[in-house]
Design a protein around this ligand. Structure first.
Ligand code: FPP
Length: 237
């Protein structure tokens, strides 16, 4: 099962408590650790976390810098544990504008864990679903230009193979915290058949228990993928 999470509400969580927004992000980063840890026990095989969008650069410079500092901390402090726990880490998004030290840590973690067979953890940093499609389209066009690909070879499989999630299943469930009901450019292509869960809790309050009950709710739904539900497939999907 693949779950995508839009981790929203860190800022509001902090503001409500009279704290700086960055404190909310810090609590959010601690929550990331707990939720990642709970995935194998909860039957989640792939987890995609929306950590920083292509639009998040528009935030105040000190907030962007604070978030980058948190990413640095997460990447350096969790490298050994993620590898020991057999997690395979992949990064989604366009890495080019990220600072070289963060890029280096991302590469180290990605390379170190690439053959791991446990949880597949995707961290989306400088990610936008539309930007991902633009980058994929350019990569495909380049291959056509070079004669490596024929226009008639461009189909859904070909497009999926040029996305950052290449080789992975689409998300079964996309969760957004903090009560907002929008996707904000998250997994634009991959979400075609996803189920959605919009929960009221802000990300720092998204505990393992809330995660578990959200997953239970998902498992009680019947997914049809455009087909007609029969008594037989109702219980097998
Ligand atoms: C949205 O809350 C959250 C973000 C833009 C950043 C998410 C980052 C983290 C959870 C911390 C670090 C992540 C990792 C992978 C270590 P918001 O600021 O938009 O909240 P608001 O809508 O209440 O203002």
């Amino acid at each position: 099962m693949h779950v995508g999470i839009i981790m929203d509400g860190n800022g509001r969580w902090a503001t409500r408590r009279g704290l700086a927004r960055l404190i909310g992000h810090k609590r959010g980063a601690a929550q990331v650790k707990k939720i990642v840890k709970s995935c194998p026990e909860l039957g989640v095989e792939t987890l995609t976390l929306y950590a920083f969008s292509t639009e998040n650069w528009k935030r105040a410079a000190h907030e962007v810098e604070g978030l980058m500092k948190l990413f640095r901390g997460y990447l350096s402090n969790n490298l050994v544990e993620l590898h020991e726990k057999n997690v395979r880490v992949r990064f989604l998004g366009d890495p080019t504008p990220l600072s070289p030290d963060i890029l280096g840590m991302m590469q180290t973690l990605g390379n170190l864990t690439k053959n791991n067979t446990g949880l597949k953890l995707n961290v989306a940093i400088n990610y936008g679903g539309r930007d991902e499609l633009v980058r994929a389209t350019r990569a495909i066009a380049r291959k056509v230009e070079l004669g490596e690909l024929d226009i008639s070879d461009i189909n859904e499989t070909c497009i999926a193979e040029h996305l950052d999630t290449n080789g992975q299943d689409d998300p079964d469930l996309i969760i957004r915290t903090a009560g907002e009901m929008r996707l904000s450019n998250f997994m634009t292509w991959q979400c075609a058949y996803s189920e959605f869960a919009f929960v009221e809790e802000s990300w720092p309050d998204f505990t393992r228990e809330v995660f578990e009950s959200t997953l239970e709710n998902f498992h009680s739904r019947t997914r049809q993928f455009g087909a007609v539900v029969t008594a037989q497939n109702k219980f097998t999907e």
